[in-house]
Design a protein around this ligand. Sequence first.
Ligand code: ASP
Ligand code: MG
Length: 406
Amino acid sequence: MALIVQKYGGSSIANPERIKKVAKRIVATKRRGKQLVVVVSALGDTTDRLIKLANQVSDKPAEREIDMLVSTGEQISAALLAMAIQSLHSQAISFTGPQVGIVTDSSHTRARILSINTKRIREELKRDRIVIIAGFQGSDVKDNITTLGRGGSDLTAVALAGMLKAGCCEIYSDVEGVYTADPKIVPQARKLRALSYDEILEMASLGAQVLQNRAVEVAKKFNVPIRVRSSFSRGRGTLITREAKSMEKAVVSGVTLNKNEAKVSLRGVPDRPGIAARVFKTIADKDININMIIQNVGSRGISDISFTVMKGDLGKTLAVVKRVAKDIGARGVNFNEDIAKVSVVGVGMQSHPGIAARMFASLAAQGINIEMISTSEIKISCIIAKKHAEKAVRAIHAKFGLGRKK
Ligand code: ASP
Ligand code: MG
């Protein structure tokens, strides 16, 4: 019998009406002859509310206790959904993560799944029950409850789908799927029918945030097809698999925008071996992630180095960089927070030349200056002034003809 894993996000089950709707949908799927494992998030914004409560009773709540607390959100959802399904005269049973043998390491609030013992789940499926599992949680070898990081229910669902060899992992939320750009910025943005793991990984890290990145990594490892779809409609959503190239012939799949980075420049750096190594080692030692780097061609033994970091790391970064700048005799350090990164992503660009040129041309046509560029096999990113961000996304989206056909 075909087995599918479904995951419902917080907005899909935010209140009793929605829970009942989801229950109906699940029962209908079951009647079509599927075996079903359903993973749930906490209702609505429960997790945020619980974290707020923790911070109201303590300045520094222990991470172990945070996990004890926030894991309850998903447990509530699982029990309520099981009840709603039972009231439709279908058989369902709910479990917490630890109850179905989801074992993690002990890194509270960001634990990694080590193993899943699927015995109990298989037994219940054999009894023809719909198995509901609280997402986002597990327990370590000492039975401490752990959670998998924000958005971790996606990871629970994908990991279970991998272990149970499910045919598909369906991720339900309030969006119809993955779009060619943020529809709030580009009204003509089109929903993609198919996408590859690598593309969604690039899009998520660039700010498209539809699926937890770690979940996609696990899906890729176990080759689990994911379908991102809305629980509020009948749409087929976006299918994410290893190779989506043949399904949609577009060279570029989407345009993304990220405003969370800041640029740091070291001016007048001595141009000789070992300097870049020294600068970036000092930064890495402080656990700061660098995103883009450019170094200008040196002249008269001197060059400039610029790079970007997450805005949240800017203060920390400037402190170390100013110190190294002095040590190596650089002329000065600047920074700029008013930048944005626009990127085009697509597996098709590996076999199509000229994508970068077209992207730059569309920015030039808008009179937008490019401050930095970086490329990978399936992505080209440009740093531009923040005030041009939305205009840039729209221009690039149009240039590649990504919008809906009228
Ligand atoms: N409830 C958790 C969160 O809000 C996990 C999830 O929704 O996937 O992050
Ligand atoms: Mg969520």
